[in-house]
Design a protein around this ligand. Structure first.
Ligand SMILES: [Zn+2]
Length: 143
């Protein structure tokens, strides 16, 4: 996991599956990329409209952050060398995150339901940003 201060913790789940079996080295690479390439990128992103970041800590914005990271992992699965089982796990997590944004038309209009798809707009609503602490009223419907 990645914290708002930019630190990343790579824990047991990056090495060992829930059933106790070892993951592939590709799974570790994919996990690091999920955290460093995408979540750190979200933390330091500069929105072209208002210069804010793209890091959320809850609600729709949080799930959009995760969808972006999972899509990246899915598109790069062969490069990282994750197994087919691991790929299906990532796809399952992506689909679960997508289900959680179904109540936010703002996001479903901009993000495909297809796991690993390209062309999605992952910018979150400003009120969903971590640095806001809590959602401001006019964005409450989406985060
Ligand atoms: Zn994540």
């Amino acid at each position: 996991m990645t914290s708002a201060n930019g630190e990343t913790l790579i824990g047991r789940a990056a090495f060992i599956d829930d059933d106790g079996s070892p993951h592939t080295p590709g799974w570790l690479a994919s996990t690091i990329a999920h955290e460093r390439n995408i979540h750190i990128g979200q933390l330091y992103a500069v929105n072209p409209v208002d210069s804010g970041n793209n890091w959320a800590n809850k609600g729709g914005g949080y799930h959009v952050n995760e969808i972006q990271a999972y899509d990246f992992e899915i598109r790069n699965a062969s490069r990282f060398g994750i197994s087919e089982t691991e790929l299906q796990t990532v796809i399952g997590r992506r689909n679960a995150a997508y289900d959680l944004i179904a109540i936010y038309p703002f996001y479903t209009a901009r993000i495909s339901s297809t796991a690993g798809s390209t062309g999605n707009n992952y910018w979150i609503l400003p009120g969903c940003r971590r640095d806001r602490g809590t959602c401001i009223r006019r964005y409450r419907h989406a985060c």
